[in-house]
Design a protein around this ligand. Structure first.
Ligand code: ZN
Length: 549
């Protein structure tokens, strides 16, 4: 008896030992490359120099080569299949590595085809210009017409121009979808959508369930919102609500709320230094970011990346953000958002193994960033941070809160279109996708399809090419941000409602997040982390409670 269990124990130890050896060799190999790649990315983004981008490409390729190794993948698969890695931290690293290799096991010839098609489509996107009455227009022309023009036929022309690139790229895009599916099948998956979810530790069944619940809970509130919105919009065009068409909604995909319920918050923020506000705010909840800001690149400069991101350069505390700050609401939100990513990286438990010193999932770090980013429009937060006069406070409370709620509900309906469309696109790329697209839009967004033959306008959404099977994560991020909000209000601050919650100057907020979300980093599966942090797995009801009064 004793003898047998010793043997059993030894065998397990052997497998764990073998895997540990593999791990230490692997980390020794990739850690310096990841750090170099971060440095290269940083210098490319801050300088805009061509040679920096070239250097970045070379290092990324070198990293990809490591994860392409088929023998190492086979070894990891074998270790996984034996089920003998019992130590939780080792098992988690095995899981993580397995998925990193899996992602890169596409056969080289197919991988070549994917890369070149991808580049070909990107080039068409970048060089294509839509036309109105035969005249070429830019995206800002289209944006201006869709947000200001009152003549319906001009609007329709602009809306159609925004979709024209769809017909230009759809052939290549469908070819790309078929190649991606072929690659997924070679790896033993039904299609590329299911493979992508597996790589992201998600599956169709759980996502279907989340979106089904969310659909049910938002259907009626969205119908009411849409009715109110249609009433306002119809008036501005001198139409009846029944005459409104998709080009009457300001945004080509109706993913953003038309500019009719908006309050200008820039007028308030222009008197402040948004960087200083963010610094003081994070210090007040005891998640200080002074060191992060000190090594960051915050202001606009020629050649610099015009967007914003947060970067963990070495997983040892060298965290920084890139922004192009201006004192307005958009950059207030953005700097709070990016610093949310930054604290997630900065406050991981430092004795975790290297491979686990990252967020549990890209959507969990997005959720923390959203949680903080939302504060730029929160009346209570603004009152406390900016010493707002009472009249401003009341106005913001009424107008801005409504805007936020509407925008969130509206976005959730659009996210449903994207999720269901992409799922079916990969399940059957040969079906009538143009009709499917409009079926989904009618069903979830309550818009009417245009008369006449349908075109491939859907293919003008760049995400299908550049971030395939990823869009649902934006929605999951919003859901988790609300779930954390609920947990903090009720479990941490022990309040009955979130009515006057601005999260200002309360260290309990920072301490809760740090302990339950940031410190564990990638130690647990994302849903296990959420369960430990909030008492239950990812749920839709907190988003619904927060945004549907
Ligand atoms: Zn983000």
């Amino acid at each position: 008896m004793v003898f047998l269990s010793t043997i059993g124990g030894c065998r397990t130890n052997n497998m764990e030992k073998q895997f540990e050896n593999f791990l230490s060799r692997h980390v020794a190999q990739v850690e310096p490359l990841f750090t170099q790649s971060s440095e290269a990315w940083w210098s490319a983004s801050t300088s805009g120099r061509k040679e920096d981008y070239q250097h970045l490409k070379t290092i990324r390729l070198e990293i990809r080569q490591i994860y392409r190794n088929a023998e190492e993948f086979a070894f990891l698969k074998k270790v996984k299949d034996t089920g003998q890695i019992k130590d939780p931290l080792l098992a988690r690293q095995l899981d993580r590595l397995y998925r990193s290799y899996l992602k890169n096991q596409i056969p080289p010839d197919l991988s070549e085809k994917l890369i070149s098609l991808d580049a070909q489509i990107a080039e068409k996107y970048n060089t294509f210009r839509g036309t109105i009455d035969g005249k070429r227009v830019t995206n800002s022309d289209i944006h201006r017409i869709l947000t200001t023009e009152t003549d319906s036929s001009r609007r329709e022309a602009a809306w159609r121009a925004s979709k024209q690139v769809g017909e230009v790229v759809v052939g290549d895009l469908l070819q790309l979808v078929r190649f991606r599916n072929q690659a997924a099948r070679q790896l033993g998956f039904d299609n590329y959508h299911t493979l992508s979810l597996e790589i992201g530790e998600q599956n169709v069944k759980e996502l279907d369930e989340i979106f089904r619940e969310l659909e049910e809970q938002t259907r009626e509130p969205f119908r009411r919102l849409k009715q109110e919105l249609d009433g306002v919009l119809a008036q501005t065009y001198a139409l009846t609500p029944g005459e409104l068409m998709p080009w009457h909604y300001h945004d080509p995909f109706f993913q953003r709320l038309p500019l009719v319920f908006q309050l200008d918050l820039d007028r308030i923020y222009e008197k402040y230094d948004v960087k200083e506000l963010a610094r003081a705010y994070y210090a007040g909840i005891e998640l200080p970011v002074d060191d992060v800001l000190a090594r960051s690149d915050l202001y606009e400069r020629e050649g610099k990346n015009p967007h914003a991101f947060s970067q963990d350069a070495d997983r040892c505390g060298k965290v920084r953000v890139l922004c192009n700050l201006d004192n307005n609401e958009r950059w207030m939100e953005t700097v709070l958002h990016e610093l949310g990513h930054a604290v997630y990286s900065k406050y991981h438990q430092s004795d975790l193994p290297y491979l686990l010193r990252t967020p549990a999932h890209s959507f969990t770090t997005e959720a923390v960033a959203m949680f903080f980013g939302r504060l730029s429009r929160n009346a209570e937060w603004m009152r406390q941070m900016l010493n707002l006069p009472e009249s401003d406070y009341q106005k913001i409370r009424q107008v801005s809160d409504k805007y936020t709620c509407y925008q969130q509900i509206l976005f959730s309906r659009w996210a449903m279109v994207m999720y269901y469309f992409e799922k079916q696109l990969y399940a059957d790329p040969d079906r009538d996708l143009n009709a499917l697209w409009w079926d989904l839009i009618e069903n979830y967004q309550l818009l009417r399809r245009p008369n006449g033959p349908l075109d491939a306008g859907w293919a003008s959404k760049l995400h299908f090419v550049q971030a395939p099977c990823y869009y649902h994560n934006y929605m999951l991020g919003e859901l988790l941000a609300s779930q954390l909000h609920h947990a903090i209000v009720h479990r941490v601050l022990k309040l009955d409602s979130d009515r006057n919650v601005g999260y200002v100057g309360d260290p309990r907020v920072g301490s809760y997040l740090r302990q339950n979300v940031l410190a564990p980093a990638d130690r647990f599966h994302w849903n296990e982390m959420i369960r430990r942090a909030t008492g239950e797995h990812l749920a839709t009801q907190y988003f619904v409670r927060q945004f549907i009064p």
